[in-house]
Design a protein around this ligand. Structure first.
Ligand SMILES: Cc1cc2nc3c(=O)[nH]c(=O)nc-3n(C[C@H](O)[C@H](O)[C@H](O)COP(=O)(O)OP(=O)(O)OC[C@H]3O[C@@H](n4cnc5c(N)ncnc54)[C@H](O)[C@@H]3O)c2cc1C
Length: 285
């Protein structure tokens, strides 16, 4: 990935803290994450696609599809007005609120989580690391700290069926960071949040394949979805060249699907003792 898409610090080692605290935490050997802003990253991805011959319709939206013989008709809203395209295969890579998925198999609320993050002036004893932190009274899923330039991005995953609320969880998270790492709350500069998939992976049906968040490829214990989005998008594109695309796609993505669905099934049930055990024995959350 080009340097100008990344923001400092990047790359960052990954630090995992169990419920008992950061003293018991550790750096994950050989793991690094890149720090980006989505605007620059998404622009770079779009340019990569255009360089490989894709036609990009900017500010356009898929509204619906319909079957026409062995072709699909796809209705688009574009700045130039309504447009219809026909295609043999449709890959829905249109995110967690995918219209393609909604038409095929809408995602129930229970299969969504929400990540809300706040940006604070950088205080405390933080390294240039990506901190993954697990404690049930802070988040039923996980919490994280990402240094971004001169700020710290504090985020927590929340779920409608499990406490705590975002407000309560964020108060406890900041207390945890104060006690363990000397964080001082000088006031949030910005807050942002969005839904992410939580289990229930749907690969598609007939001539329609779903990729990335539209399918549900996001790993609940870490909120990691970008790698899966890239992998599943590439696998879906390769699969449409096969005799049975849906089957080929299912085979490409079988391991990811199993891992994500198993993690979604256990995450909200874990006690702190179980989180501690899974982290210490490196079983994986
Ligand atoms: C707060 C937060 C923090 C996160 N942090 C991380 C992280 O650190 N690392 C990580 O790996 N993942 C992270 N994720 C998850 C990650 O953002 C997603 O899993 C990933 O972006 C999914 O990629 P995607 O291409 O499937 O969907 P998206 O990135 O959502 O892209 C979908 C695209 O489709 C377009 N679109 C939507 N509807 C239509 C339509 N009807 N017609 C045409 N186009 C449409 C959208 O404009 C968008 O460009 C985070 C998520 C959140 C909410």
């Amino acid at each position: 990935m080009p340097k100008d898409v990344q923001i400092p610090p990047s790359p960052m080692p990954v630090f995992v803290a169990p419920p008992s605290g950061t003293r018991q935490g550790f750096l994950v050997p050989g793991e690094y994450v890149l720090n980006v802003t989505r605007r620059a990253f998404d622009g770079w991805l779009a340019n990569c696609a255009a360089d490989r011959g894709a036609e990009i319709l900017e500010d356009s939206e898929v509204l619906r599809y319909s079957g026409v013989g062995d072709r699909l008709g796809v209705s688009l809203h574009t700045p130039g007005g309504a447009r219809e395209v026909t295609t043999r295969w449709l890959v829905g890579g249109d995110g967690v609120y995918s219209k393609v998925r909604d038409q095929l198999s809408p995602r129930p609320l229970v299969n969504r989580a929400y990540y809300i993050q706040e940006y604070y002036p950088r205080t405390g004893r933080f390294e240039d690391w990506f901190y993954l932190m697990y404690r049930g009274d802070t988040s039923p899923i996980y919490a994280y700290v990402i240094p971004k330039r001169e700020l710290l991005c504090l985020g927590i995953g929340i779920h409608k069926t499990a406490p705590p609320t975002f407000e309560r969880g964020m108060v406890r998270f900041k207390e945890w960071l104060r006690d363990d790492l000397g964080f001082r709350d000088d006031g949030a500069r910005r807050r942002e949040g969005f839904s992410v998939p939580f289990g229930n992976v749907v690969l598609g049906e007939g001539p329609i394949l779903l990729a990335g968040d539209a399918a549900g490829f996001c790993y609940p214990p870490t909120g990691e979805g970008i790698t899966y989005a890239v992998q599943s998008g590439a696998a879906a594109a390769a699969s449409v060249m096969e005799a049975d695309p849906l089957r080929a796609y299912g085979e490409h993505m079988a391991a990811a699907r199993t891992a994500i669905e198993a993690a979604a099934a256990r995450t909200l049930q874990l006690s702190d003792a179980e989180r501690e055990e899974r982290i210490r024995t490196k079983t994986g959350l």
